[in-house]
Design a protein around this ligand. Structure first.
Ligand SMILES: Nc1nc2c(c(=O)[nH]1)N[C@H]1C(S)=C(S)[C@@H](COP(=O)(O)O)O[C@H]1N2
Ligand SMILES: [Mo]
Length: 442
């Protein structure tokens, strides 16, 4: 695959020499993510028409704001997020983009390969000043509320680095039938970078955890898509037991560098192994609560599952949902990319990652006969708790023809990935079906 280099020249054509605007636009191409006016603004029409290779866009005035021209969506040069080359864009307002499986092959996910799941509009880059960024710890179960600058956090508390798996609760949603509303993630809303920061526990303890504390909640600096400043796009949290774990971090670095803008720069919460939605980005406030946090997207059906299995399409009463906690066991085949053709007699190296929420992965197996037989692969221990685990194997194919490689992980409690899409649920969460790739032997 050719490396796609984001190109800002197009943006400057579109926005004139308005660097503030051009710089906060994260598209590699000319999409206006900031306003619903879309990219067919007066200044941009000529550039857009040229980018489409068209003589004109006769109905330009009727084009809905934010619409991605089908010509681009179908091209093999899809839209790119700046700094996120190769990711597939699922939504442009808010921005959501996933990573194709073969681009997740690194042991530690590089910054430019980490998916983006935004519920709202991130703070403008120009408004983020890491030197003046403040984190407030408060809440009815906080006995000594305090405000910290990033420098104070760094100076007062011990630093820790952990590789942590962050997977969106909706990863795999695209496969549910009937379809569930929301981003149609296939397999790419997962990543496992290395995060550096301070322990959430150390900071909470310094601010006094009252005896009646049961939950923490976060607030970030992003704003609601409606523009209504009184609304938070998302404000979730975790029970105290998860908040106080060694690996729960308030992080300022990812892979030794500043956290990418779209992934929460300059400060984010990371609680690995749970739905990514608990890992608050652009972190401004943490509240210690004496009840289950009641921020935006805490209530059912958000990030919740029916308490009992339901038939596809069932309407489930809100009272019958439970909040998702640890994510289920899952794996990915990250090498080779699906669609490989190779000659008979050649051995094929196959590898990927496996993870299991709060648990470790016990075994990974692969099948080349549609699940009839399985062979165990080599599986490494995680570098730390809540990090995904590398697996690899070598496969030989008996004769020419079409094969699929399936991968199946089993967690430390004996639970395995299903080979078909698991229980349908109204919001399409927790699809941990086996990942499959296609191989042709010629
Ligand atoms: N402030 C804030 N934090 C947030 C979100 C958000 O929209 N705003 N999205 C959450 C969700 S649903 C997920 S899956 C993860 C995604 O993290 P990433 O975008 O860095 O991959 O961030 C979580 N934290
Ligand atoms: Mo998510």
């Amino acid at each position: 695959m050719s490396k796609k280099v984001p190109d800002k020249r197009g943006l400057h054509e579109l926005y004139g020499e308005n660097p503030e605007k051009a710089d906060r636009i994260v598209w590699g191409r000319e999409v206006d993510t900031e306003s619903r006016r879309g990219f067919l603004k007066k200044s941009g029409l000529a550039a857009m028409t040229a980018a489409l290779g068209a003589a004109a866009i006769p109905y330009a005035a009727k084009m809905p704001g934010g619409l991605i021209p089908a010509a681009f969506a179908q091209s093999d040069q899809p839209f790119m997020l700046e700094g996120k080359d190769g990711l597939t864009l699922l939504n442009d307002r808010p921005i959501n983009a996933e990573t194709p499986p073969h681009l997740l092959d690194d042991d530690v996910t590089p910054a430019h390969r980490m998916f983006v799941r935004n519920n709202g509009i991130p703070p403008a880059i120009k408004d983020i000043d890491p030197d003046n960024w403040e984190l407030r710890i408060e809440g009815e179960s906080c006995t000594n509320p305090q405000t910290f600058s990033v420098a104070e956090l760094k100076a007062r508390f011990k630093h820790y680095t952990y590789q942590l798996t962050v997977e969106c609760g909706g990863n795999g949603r695209a496969e549910y039938v009937p379809s569930a509303s929301g981003n149609q993630w296939t397999t790419g809303a997962v990543a496992c970078p290395s995060f550096t920061g301070v322990r959430l526990r150390d900071v909470l303890e310094a601010c006094g955890i009252a005896g009646d504390a049961v939950y923490i909640g976060y607030y970030g600096a992003d704003t609601h898509v409606s523009g209504d400043a009184s609304k938070s796009p998302i404000s979730r949290g975790v029970p105290m037991s998860k908040a106080l774990e060694d690996e729960s971090l308030i992080a300022w670095a990812m892979n030794g560098e500043a956290i990418p803008y779209l992934n929460g720069y300059p400060l984010r919460l990371v609680c690995g192994g749970w739905p990514g939605s608990v890992s608050g980005k652009w972190l401004k406030t943490i509240v210690i609560r004496n009840k289950v946090h009641d921020g935006a997207k805490m209530a059912a059906p958000s990030y919740s599952m029916p308490k009992y299995p339901v038939a596809p399409g069932t309407e489930v009463p809100k009272s019958d949902f439970v909040t998702i906690e640890s994510m289920p066991v899952k794996s990915l085949i990250t090498f080779p990319a699906s669609g490989l053709t190779q000659s008979k007699g050649e051995k094929l190296v196959v590898r990927g990652h496996a993870w299991a929420g709060d648990l470790a992965v016990e075994t990974v197996e692969v099948s080349i006969d549609f699940g009839a037989t399985w062979q165990r692969v080599e599986l490494k221990a995680p570098v730390n708790r809540l990090a995904w685990q590398r697996w690899s194997t070598v496969i030989e194919f008996p004769e020419i023809g079409y094969y699929e490689i399936w991968a199946k992980a089993t967690d430390a409690q004996g639970r395995s990935q299903p080979m078909v899409v698991p229980g349908w649920n109204p919001k399409g969460y927790l699809n941990n079906a086996c990942h499959r790739i296609a191989v042709q032997i010629v």
